[in-house]
Write a protein that binds this ligand. Structure first.
Ligand code: SF4
Length: 269
């Protein structure tokens, strides 16, 4: 069976689970990036009833923000319920609040800005094993439970294991990752040739779509800040406020942070 058909079957299964356990349609999480675009297109092809949800991060590129609004307008005209959730704190407020810039290892921004949404619902994401080593540990179905001992993570479509989830009478959020086994090439191919909507952000030459300055973007951040200098200014202002609060509280680091530029240079490396 090809991967498109497999993903559609997974979406149909997830939809059934969502309707029977939560009595609500499956939520397609949508970031405006290529993976969620592929997921959205597959959800349409699967014929299931679904809603679409986006968590506004406050640090996405303007192209992505406008692309999401346009896509949602078109989907709503087709009768699909779409929600944009705005966070209680922006990235620029979060940094002085946390007293440290977000890093690859401490990505508090994702937890605060993205992962707190869609509680007590079943969601589908565009997470893929090909994206990172950490994501290779993720399964097709996941029960988001704070208690790690109670967390369920299924690595295949095995019916017996699916029943395990069904018996749990899940209260918390459950996740399905229908395109988890798609490679980068397969995603790009499907995105370019089959998807209805395309984010103009990629036309700027970027291969990864996310917050500008995301610590997961590695060296691409240097190019991102060249293309979007206003975002660098906003990070510098946030670092400046962070340093003021750190000084007021008598907090010191061995990292030689005297100015916002010092923090930025440390962070970008
Ligand atoms: S900067 Fe990266 S880690 Fe933080 S919210 Fe944005 S995408 Fe997630």
């Amino acid at each position: 069976m090809d991967k498109e058909k497999k993903a559609i079957l997974r979406l149909r299964e997830a939809s059934e689970m969502s309707l029977s356990f939560y009595e609500q349609p499956l939520i397609i999480t949508y970031s405006g990036g290529k993976d969620s675009e592929v997921l959205l297109e597959l959800a349409k092809r699967s014929g299931i009833l679904f809603e679409v949800h986006h968590s506004h991060t406050t640090a996405d590129a303007p192209q992505t923000v406008y692309h999401i609004r346009n896509t949602f307008r078109k989907l709503e005209n087709e009768g699909v319920k779409c929600t944009i959730e705005y966070p209680a704190m922006s990235m620029w407020q979060l940094i002085p609040y946390k007293l440290f810039p977000p890093t690859r290892l401490i990505r508090y921004c994702c937890t605060t800005l993205k992962e707190n949404s869609c509680k007590s619902r079943m969601i589908a994401t565009g997470v893929r094993w090909g994206e990172s080593v950490k994501r290779r540990k993720r399964g097709i179905y996941e029960d988001i439970n704070k208690n790690k001992d109670k967390k369920i993570c299924l690595m295949n479509d095995n019916d017996e294991k699916r029943r395990l989830i069904e018996r749990c009478e899940i209260q918390a959020k459950t996740v399905c990752n229908p395109i988890i086994d798609f490679t980068d090439e397969e995603v790009w191919d499907f995105y370019s040739n089959e998807c209805q909507f395309h984010n103009p952000f990629y036309e700027l030459g970027f291969k990864r779509c996310g917050c500008i300055g995301c610590p997961m973007a590695g060296k691409n951040r240097i190019t991102e800040f060249e293309v979007f200098p206003k975002y660098k200014e906003m990070y510098l202002k946030a670092f400046d406020r962070m340093l003021t609060i750190r000084k007021e509280r008598g907090l010191d680091t061995n990292l030689g942070w005297q100015t916002a530029e010092d923090v930025f240079n440390w962070w970008i490396k």
